[in-house]
Design a protein around this ligand. Structure first.
Ligand SMILES: Cc1cc2nc3c(=O)[nH]c(=O)nc-3n(C[C@H](O)[C@H](O)[C@H](O)COP(=O)(O)OP(=O)(O)OC[C@H]3O[C@@H](n4cnc5c(N)ncnc54)[C@H](O)[C@@H]3O)c2cc1C
Length: 543
């Protein structure tokens, strides 16, 4: 028996919650989320949201900073649209109850932070816990809506499309591909449920877990990109993986970010001997774009053989540091590092997926009634390198636009009968007694991606990685069809699919641009200033 609703939202971060709140007045909304509802990248965001609110700032300056960061690949119309629609969306967040930090001497004025690549102070923040404040307020509003129902610990496995229904004999023709819902694993019972909806939104976030070192939480396994890809959606620019330059390096902590805002407030990168090195790499020094800083750290670590570099903010007033960065200060202090007195050990780690499922300016993918918003989506905003704090901005702007379009789609589709969708068929799968295969492949893919498809790439390493991923992919498919579905297995299949897409996209880009840097083509080639698009149709063998 299918679970039906007008809107199915897969993911409960800023994108999914913003969308759900906006469509809940027009229909029923099921929010499926694979852990607890606040287990999201959003909840970990520290720095803030970029928007033009300062007296010395302008839309044109934010546009030009974003274009400069994107290194020739941003879609300028999208950049302008997002920048222009940012301030009204920020005001809505405030109305929804998000408590951003105000100026100390003027409670009516938001305090604006500075981050790398921004020519002005324009980062709206809630101390250094912006994402937590946003998530908390949006969840509180969603809990008040009688039309929004949450399904926690429910993991979407695959989308239900017209073609899949045709294959299973549930429909007789496919005039154009459209989405009807998703098969979802209820992690508590191990059963697969059918969720049907008139409009489906994928807002599953990013894919940091594809890499061995990441500051993303465990949920970031690229499920949306993988499921969309398998259903025939177009996937764009996945070679552009952003490595955040400064994640805490500590044996006891696996994914703690030291926000870029710390450099924005004057922190300098130094090596173990105390040498500040960024001036050797870029005129903007420590506030250069993230790709430049991450590559500089990578080069320094390779040169010196050190395990990490250090971020030093000890020259600022200790009270200022404690008040501006209470979360980072407390977390480091718990590990014995007093950031007001000693430098913080840091390394780069996978942070943000600039590519994703291609959408139009209303968040629509090429599959009808399937939308994608947030980190899972490719809108054209980020180009070859996302500007700091532009991703929460993109998510709220596109959640709004998608909600408006989805409400119209709902009216159009209202009269259609639900299709007869066959239940998930386990095809005689049995419980596996070889969980070690899953654990081994998880580790191998992530290590391989870190070593061969990381900050600095080469064609031969990419080709080696592709061969290995193809073999692992075959093993996983065999395992997938023979054994009972578990969340680990679904996520493994997805990180493998996404790894394959990243590698193929990286191999296709025969130049260095933004976040994609390869030793074999070290210069930017203006003839290649276009997006990399892959789809199941163009790339049937891999993933
Ligand atoms: C440490 C850190 C700091 C950051 N700081 C900033 C910042 O200061 N400013 C900024 O703009 N950006 C920042 N980012 C990036 C930003 O937080 C994310 O890009 C953004 O929050 C993504 O929002 P989202 O709604 O798309 O996805 P998320 O917030 O990641 O939510 C994804 C949701 O999808 C669910 N999900 C995933 N797969 C499935 C599945 N198969 N089935 C069901 N549910 C699923 C997850 O459980 C989760 O609920 C930061 C990221 C990190 C990791």
């Amino acid at each position: 028996m299918a679970v039906t609703s007008d809107f199915l939202v897969i993911g409960s971060g800023i994108a999914g919650l913003s969308f759900a709140l906006k469509v809940a007045g027009s229909g029923t909304v099921n929010v499926v989320t694979k852990k607890e509802r606040s287990d999201t990248n959003t909840n970990l965001a520290q720095g803030g949201i970029a928007a033009v609110l300062g007296d010395d700032d302008s839309l044109d300056l934010h546009v030009s900073d974003t274009l400069a960061s994107g290194d020739g690949l941003c879609h300028e119309d999208v950049v302008r649209l997002v920048v222009e629609e940012g301030p009204p969306r920020i005001r809505e967040l405030i109305e929804l109850g998000v408590q951003f930090t105000a100026e100390e001497n003027d409670a009516g004025k938001l305090q604006l932070g500075r981050e790398g690549g921004h020519s002005r102070r324009r980062i709206i923040h809630a101390q250094d816990m912006t994402g937590r404040a946003v998530e908390k307020a949006l969840l509180a509003r969603a809990a008040e809506s009688p039309n929004i129902v949450f399904y926690e610990n429910h993991l979407a496995i695959d989308l239900i499309t017209q073609t899949k229904l045709l294959r299973r004999g549930a429909v007789t023709t496919v005039s154009s591909e459209r989405c009807w819902g998703a098969y979802v694993l209820d992690k508590a019972t191990g059963k697969v449920k059918t969720f049907l909806a008139r409009v489906v939104l994928l807002c599953t976030g990013g894919s940091g877990k594809v890499y061995l070192y990441t500051n993303n939480p465990d949920v970031a396994t690229g499920d949306g990109v993988a499921a969309g890809y398998r259903a025939g959606a177009l996937v764009t620019n996945m070679e552009f993986v952003q490595f955040h330059p400064t994640c805490l390096f500590h044996p006891k902590v696996k994914n703690f970010l030291i926000s870029e805002a710390v450099r924005g407030e004057g922190a300098r990168l130094i090596d173990a001997r105390g040498r500040a090195f960024m001036a050797e790499y870029h005129p903007l020094k420590d506030l250069a774009f993230r790709d430049v800083v991450a590559r500089a750290i990578d080069a320094e670590m390779k040169k010196t053989g050190d395990d990490c570099v250090f971020l030093d903010i000890t020259h600022r007033d200790p009270d200022f540091v404690r008040n501006r960065f209470p979360n980072i200060h407390a977390a480091c202090l718990e590990l014995g590092i007093d950031i007001t007195r000693e430098p913080i050990p840091v390394v780069p780690a996978a942070h943000y997926q600039c590519g994703g499922l291609a959408t139009d300016q209303n968040g629509r993918t090429n599959l009808r009634y399937l939308y994608a918003v947030g980190e899972v989506a490719f809108t054209g905003l980020h180009g070859a390198n996302r500007l700091a704090s532009n991703s929460l901005l993109e998510a709220v702007v596109y959640a709004h636009r998608a909600a408006m379009a989805a409400k119209e789609d709902l009216v159009r589709r209202m009269k259609k009968n639900w299709p007869e969708v066959p239940d998930w068929d386990p095809l005689g799968a049995e419980d596996s007694d070889e969980a070690i295969v899953v654990a081994h492949n998880w580790d191998e893919i992530r290590r391989l991606m870190w070593n061969y498809v990381g900050i600095v790439r080469s064609t031969s390493r990419l080709k080696k990685a592709r061969r290995r991923i193809q073999m692992i992919s075959e093993e996983i498919e065999e395992y997938y069809w023979n054994y009972t579905i578990t969340s680990d297995l679904v996520e493994l299949r997805n990180i493998c699919a996404v790894a394959g897409i990243i590698i193929d996209s990286a191999l296709a880009r025969k130049e260095s641009r933004g976040l994609h840097y390869t030793l074999d083509f070290q210069e930017k080639d203006e003839r290649l200033a276009h997006d990399t698009v892959v789809s199941l149709a163009s790339r049937p063998a891999a993933a």
